[in-house]
Ligand binder design. Sequence first.
Ligand code: MN
Length: 735
Amino acid sequence: MKTELVIDLEAEKQEILKRYRALLRASKSTLQKGDKKEIRKAFDMALESHKDMRRKSGEPYIYHPIAVAQIAAEEIGLGTTSIVCALLHDVVEDTDITLEDIEREFGKKTAKIIDGLTKISGVFDTNSSLQAENFRKMLLTLADDVRVILIKLADRLHNMRTMDFMPRHKQLKIASETIYLYAPLAHRLGLYAIKSELEDLSMKYLDPDTYKFIAKKLNEKKAERALFIKKFVEPIDEIVHEQGLVADVYGRPKSIHSIWNKMKKKNIPFEEVYDLFAIRIILDSAYENEKADCWKAYSIVTDLYRPNPDRLRDWVSSPKGNGYESLHTTVMGPRGQWVEVQIRTQRMNEIAEKGFAAHWKYKESSNDNGLDQWIQKVREMLSNPEANALDFLDDFKMNLFSDEIFIFTPKGALIQLPLGATALDFAFEIHTGVGATCIGAKVNHKLVPISYKLQNGDQVEIITSNKQTPKEDWLNIVVTAKAKSKIKSSLKEEKRKIADNGKEILERKLKSLKITYNTDNLQKLSYFFKLPSTQELFVNVALGKIELKDIKEYLSSEKEIEHRGPERPENLSVDGIKNKIKGGDSDILLIGEDMQRIDYTLAACCNPIPGDDVFGFITVSDGIKIHRTNCPNAAQLMANYGYRVVKAKWNKQQELTFLTGLRIVGIDDVGLINNITRVISTDFKVNMRSITVDTNEGIFEGSIMIFVNDTEHLENLIKNLLKVRGVTGVTRFDA
Ligand code: MN
């Protein structure tokens, strides 16, 4: 039976206009004379050109550009040009409208931004190095116009908000890219609200069970929490106003993703996460009183509640690199519970939520602009032609996530470095030449090695020697992308010289053995010595690691092969494997059934078991690995190597068992271990592979590796273990 979709076109037209008017209201504060006309013109053009298109949900396509424009205006605080560009961001790619049309109607600037947006869309569709390369290009546009990135983020946010109608494998891919690239980017640009929402939405698709679990838990205690916050805030509110400050004091819940991160990092159950919310004090202060008012509020809070001296963060005196300014402290609440309090002014709050755009708005009054510095650094990195695109991506990602420390030069200048930076990083930050010849440093006048980890506020003087050159192990010492890329290019240069030398030696050796010096033989030799390239072969020869007798050994093995016929490793090309899977009934790898036909194994990093949401990943030399979609490595794999991912699901009729791990926490009691193992082996007849137990001052912590059939089996077991007297928590863990 065919069901006909009946669309009320008149009602749709009304809805489109309603959404358009909401957009105009959202952008009202930035509109100047003539802007409204400009936006209307863009809206009309977008409406006309997308008129026959619909989204996966069946809705008119125009809802999407309107929503993206609304996010740009309302949540990022962008102005008319950006709203126009957001409305038109998909027309050049998806319709007949050309860039020339845009330029004629809206001018050069708009055309340039839309060109940037068109170029970076679909960026992640092909192979891995291309993805990274394109990501690099996308960042290069930062140098041109950061609005391209901001609108792209608005576009991604709306797509993530409306992903329910997408097929599962697309949801996974888009969510992976979002958590791997877009959320860190939003973070670095200071868009905290958008970053948190992107993280939560990614988690909703990548790890739906945990997401739902935490959301449910949060909801259960909502009323209780609201009451606690009210009681906590009341006395602060009162005294703040008594002392003549104008302030808004309220509690704000933390994101599901950040709560989950905390649970994983500290290995604690939901119940033990104390900061499910933060208290915010937002002051209405004149610019010149900001700092004094923040400290005044701090003093009021800490008079009422005892502060934890280790948890004071002053980003008012030294703002973060992305522009974030705020005073954070953690105090003891009335019920013996730690509570985080964030104190800042309205100006600082706007920067905290809207990031870069707000920064522009306040630029004149802001004394230091960390973001300008950051864009400058990105430019430096990108302009280094030696840098490998994938390395760059890793380094970049690290830079996105890290926090900063501030280091003083001997003359008192301030240098900003990521947390964990060493004396050697500092040396490269000063000058490449200083870094390359660094042999040690004086930190606060005391001599330290180059690997010394710098602390916030250190004063550092670098000691150099012209006999020094960069070493391979320096790569393990430095953390900044700049130092890494400089060391790598210097090592590469060094290696090239050694290889040239080795090449000459090898040529002579082969001649003496009457082997022809050609590419084919060089490749056979590299393969025999298990080296990844002929360059490595030359290096090994130059360093004396491969000698004449080794090459003779190769010769005799060659002869043997001729007798047996050539033995080549099976060609594990990605397409080959994909075709093999398609040879079955669908393009989905059925785990269990295809075992004979296709070579796959379960990944050791996440130990998937039947019932887990999984995907297959085609490795370079080890067949297909099955990972859980919430595996710690999943996002990275899917975002970087989308073309190697194959859909996979469990074949139900299985009598196999799978290895998984349980962490059991409890209060040590006579017979506790006995009771646990009894439930596992006698009641559930589950085989254990290993059990390790730690007891510390009455607290019991055990890790048990067991073989189970599937997730249902595992959940039942966990339920029953929780019933054992003394057990307080049971969680599954990855390898
Ligand atoms: Mn779009």
